[in-house]
Design a binder for this molecule. Structure first.
Ligand code: GLN
Length: 591
């Protein structure tokens, strides 16, 4: 019989006789990594990922190693085939994992590259269990939700602990307590906390405080019920973060404290914030970071010197928020314009660039479905620059090409991203090089002049799931080009990709003869990755998604360049920065 206080040692042998099945990866040291679980009650969309990333950031500032993971309830293996209109943008990690946009929040807040170990879906968990079953790994046993599926979840978390050697693993559970699809995750968390023992884990419940307009006061009942539901699952929260439109009153916090056995000091108010980058200081001001350190008995590992420095740097950044002295408007042409989440990284990258330049960037959404050469100018009349973002399919493509033409001919700063880069190639081919029928085979499969065509390596892969060129790739920069200057004359830069189509190499010479400059290419392969139009204030396109790697303290040079060029356009006489100068100034800060 295992001793009660050392369940884990006894469970690592997966004997079919024992009820204590809980696989543990090799090298796992109990107590090395602590766990902080973040769950949501009452409703989805509370910002669990934002909260979790901000708390993780505060612990990272203290010199602790943190590793976030998001557990998704859906059965897809990754987020690759999800419609951004329904689920927000598909975020791509350097290792090619297509995942939830929350991973972007973690990467930005922590300034840390994540991997597929930081993202799990029910699809991955179940497929791994089924694979093991076929492989005979559970021989003699009926394979059950408990302990096998929950065991797989715990294994994933412990693998992350081993691999990252984290002091704290932050586990965000997608969905809301009470959802059928995440119930087994919550059960796995309960088991893990039990197995790891006291002071090994901490549960944070995010909840929502309603304030019906007709009453004009905050009501806590829904929050109480949500927390009760969590407690019925055997989980006692340690911290309750109350999301609300306005600061949560002491009375409401007291009520929640009484009903949930959580001390008032750990029931905190988290009202809406204009910028997510202000949330770390909201959490820090109420001392929640040190509460977590105490709960996890991790104080001896804290480095206060490290924290002082990190916090000072962060405050230098947040102090600039809301102090802009100039406005610019950037138009974003796209078809998912009704859901901002579909362009989350672009919005973030613009925000980083704007804050760094002391400029308030307004976004104007431009629906391109009905745009043509005749009316594109009118649609772009009020913008100081445009972004033509990534996209798939035919709808709105001709409108995007019309916008790009207008921008090129009228010296409007323009940044084309992935699909936007491809549309810029088509526009240049048609209107400058005279290849009138130029198009992409994605839009016109039998196109006679396929300047954009399927990548040969992608042609071999059938089906729609997982057949894109994905993840981080190096781009070789061509000396003496704008891109080369933007990246501080580097030999190469690394960016993330997610595409099936590319510039057909057979057209490169004609396009270059026409004046288009390919300033970034894949090393040793004829894959065009950055283009620019010389003698234009700012006209750049890239096959990559530079927005995915923009960080608050390290704004992405292409976005800084675009915003600086837009500032110059808006107020040419007002000492607005030259875009290259501006990039040099704000992107040179220590990383
Ligand atoms: N549809 C284009 C391709 O697959 C562009 C993809 C994108 O913008 N992410 O190549």
């Amino acid at each position: 019989m295992p001793k009660d206080n050392d369940l884990l040692a006894s469970v690592s042998n997966s004997s079919t006789e024992s009820e204590f099945f809980s696989p543990v990866p090799e090298g796992y040291k109990k107590g090395r990594s602590k766990y902080c679980f973040v769950l949501g009650t009452v409703m989805s969309g509370l910002g669990k990922g934002i909260f979790s990333s901000c708390l993780a950031k505060l612990m990272q500032d203290k010199g602790l190693k943190v590793a976030p993971i998001k557990l998704e309830g859906y059965l897809n293996i990754d987020s690759g085939t999800l419609n951004p209109f329904r689920h927000g943008e598909v975020f791509v990690l350097d290792d090619g994992m297509e995942c939830d946009m929350d991973l972007g929040t973690y990467e930005r807040m922590l300034d840390q590259d994540l991997t597929r170990a930081n993202f799990a879906t029910s699809g991955q968990i179940f497929s791994s269990v089924l694979h093991k079953e076929r492989h005979g790994d559970y021989l003699g046993r009926d394979v059950q939700m408990i302990p096998h599926v929950t065991g797989e979840v715990k294994l994933k978390l412990r693998e992350l602990a081993v691999q990252s050697n984290a002091d704290i693993v932050f586990v965000e559970i997608g969905g809301t307590v009470g959802d059928l699809e995440n119930a087994y995750y919550i059960e796995a968390m309960r088991e893990l906390a039990y197995e790891e023992g006291p002071n090994s884990s901490c549960f944070v419940a995010l909840t929502y405080i309603l304030e019906p307009q007709t009453l004009g006061e905050q009501k806590s009942k829904a929050a109480q019920l949500g927390i009760k539901q969590l407690m019925q699952l055997g989980i006692q929260p340690d911290i309750i973060a109350c999301r609300a439109a306005r600061p949560v009153t002491e009375k409401v916090r007291q009520k929640i404290s009484v009903y949930s056995n959580v001390p008032l000091s750990r029931v905190i108010s988290l009202p809406d914030s204009a910028s997510i980058y202000m949330i770390p200081s909201m959490i820090r001001d109420v001392g929640l970071d040190f509460e977590v350190a105490r709960l996890l008995k991790i104080e001896p590992r804290i480095n206060l010197r490290h924290e002082r420095k990190a916090w000072a740097r962060w405050c230098d950044f947040t102090d600039k928020i809301g102090t802009a002295t100039q406005d610019v408007t950037i138009g974003i042409t796209g078809k998912y314009t009704s859901v901002r989440d579909s362009y989350a990284s672009i919005i973030n990258a613009l925000e980083h660039a704007g804050i760094a330049l002391g400029c308030n960037v307004q976004i104007k959404w431009i629906e391109t479905t009905n745009l043509t050469d005749a009316n594109a100018g009118a649609a772009l009349a009020e913008v100081d620059g445009i972004i033509v973002p990534g996209g798939f399919g035919t709808r709105g493509a001709e409108g995007k090409i019309a916008c790009i033409r207008y921008a090129r001919e009228n010296r409007l700063p323009c940044l084309g991203l992935c699909f936007g880069f491809q549309m810029a190639v088509i526009e240049f081919a048609r209107n400058v090089c005279g290849i009138e029928k130029a198009n992409s085979t994605e839009i016109e499969p039998d196109c006679p002049e396929p300047v954009i065509d399927v990548l040969p390596e992608q042609k071999k892969i059938e089906g729609l799931g997982g057949n894109m060129r994905l993840g981080g790739r190096d781009i070789e920069l061509k000396p003496n080009t704008r891109a080369w200057e933007l990246f501080d004359k580097a030999k190469s830069v690394r960016m993330r990709f997610r595409h099936r189509y590319e510039v057909d190499p057979r057209y490169v010479e004609r396009l270059e003869k026409g004046g288009l400059v390919f300033s970034g290419k894949a090393p040793n392969q004829p894959i065009m990755q950055i283009l620019e139009v010389p003698d234009h204030p700012f006209f750049i396109g890239t096959q990559a998604h530079p927005c995915l790697t923009s960080r608050p303290l390290r704004p992405q040079p292409m976005f800084v360049g675009l915003v600086a060029a837009a500032m110059q356009k808006r107020k040419p006489a007002h000492n607005a920065p030259d875009c290259l100068q501006a990039v040099r100034k704000v992107c040179k800060q220590p990383g």
